[in-house]
Design a protein around this ligand. Structure first.
Ligand code: SAM
Ligand code: SF4
Length: 326
């Protein structure tokens, strides 16, 4: 059994958000003064694993644990171990800001984590702090080293590019990734931030990001791989490749195979869905696996063709990125 929508797409990847809380306050994500979900509304490990298990029994093959900052959730390696024990899942991965990876990389690896993506918007301490509104880049860098030492490499690195903030550092980041062997993916700034600062003038389109890298290291765009979410560019000197997630200017909606469960148990079939389907209520009032599967497959069947960012019909989702799960 699999869950498919009216546009021929099948759900294969689940983004499982384990908290809306975070130790950073990235300007493109969190509101400056966040109001956290009440603790009682956040799903327990058992509830999260139950939903992931229903998804795995219906064709989902990868779970990416995310948030908010997932490493703030107590005993996260335990959750990873519980997810790894699910039948049908091929991969359990994690997206983190890396600030707590130095302590947790070893336990996460031992629990069976397959891969980790670390977010890093700048190598410059002042720019890092300006984008995260707090924090210390050295913690994230130490977290990356620890992840590699623990055997979680090769690392993927996510970097959101904002005009006038870190766009002048794209070449330096590419140089660093080439030197360290990390798989860098630049991300276009999407209108999902809590403080509603997004505008086209802050967006650096993929074409411009690619040109900035190419000015330092000549590169060519690879032909698109089916189902890929990132555009890929190969360095002409054989020094590897980098990616750009061009969700705004070259959206990949037509091949999207993702579904999401938020930390409070809302099922969403798109990052930009205006609302979601409540699973927490049914979960806590005795729904069977078949009932939960019916709710999720019904929502997938209703999935729209894609988002309309920048167009007149676009409406923001009802919550910010940290409360959806990136
Ligand atoms: N806290 C973790 C982290 O930062 O990696 C995981 C959650 S975060 C919401 C997941 C990813 O979403 C990060 O790589 C972050 O940079 C990205 N992100 C957040 N808000 C975004 C936005 N408005 N546009 C593009 N990417 C965004
Ligand atoms: Fe926290 Fe990640 Fe959002 Fe930054 S992008 S505020 S690290 S959840």
């Amino acid at each position: 059994m699999t869950w498919s929508d009216g546009f021929g797409r099948t759900a294969r990847k689940l983004r499982l958000s384990v908290t809306d809380r975070c130790d950073l306050r990235c300007v493109y994500c969190m509101p400056e003064r966040p109001v956290w979900l009440p603790r009682a509304e956040v799903l327990s490990f058992e509830e999260l694993v139950r939903l992931a298990g229903v998804a795995a029994a219906n064709g989902v093959r990868q779970v990416r644990v995310t948030g908010g900052e997932p490493l703030l959730r107590k005993d996260l390696p335990k959750l990873v171990g519980m997810l790894k024990a699910l039948k049908g899942l091929e991969e359990v991965t994690l997206t983190t800001n890396g600030t707590r990876l130095a302590q947790l990389a070893g336990p996460l690896k031992e629990a069976g984590l397959d891969r980790v993506t670390v977010s890093l918007d700048s190598l410059d301490p002042a720019t890092y702090k300006a984008m995260a509104r707090t924090g210390d880049v050295s913690e994230t860098l130490a977290g990356m080293d620890a992840a590699e030492t623990a055997g979680l490499g090769p690392l993927k690195v996510n970097c959101v590019v904002m005009r006038g903030v870190n766009d002048g550092q794209v070449g330096d980041l590419a140089a660093w990734a080439r030197r360290t062997g990390r798989n860098l993916r630049f991300i276009e700034f999407m209108p999902l931030e809590g403080d509603k600062i997004w505008s086209k003038s802050l967006l650096v389109p993929a074409s411009e990001i690619a040109a900035a890298v190419a000015a330092r290291f000549p590169c060519i765009e690879r032909s698109a791989e089916p189902g890929a979410t990132a555009l890929r560019y190969d360095y002409a000197d054989g020094g590897g490749s980098f990616g750009i997630v061009a969700s705004v200017t070259r959206a990949f909606c037509e091949s999207c195979d993702r579904i999401r469960v938020t930390a409070d148990g809302t099922f969403r079939t798109c990052l930009f869905a205006e609302h979601g389907t409540d699973l927490r209520g049914p979960l806590r009032s005795g729904a069977s696996d078949a009932d939960l599967a019916a709710l999720m497959s019904g929502a997938v069947a209703q999935k729209g063709p894609g988002h309309l960012i920048g167009l007149p019909g676009f409406h923001r989702p009802d919550r910010a990125m940290n409360a959806i799960g990136g």
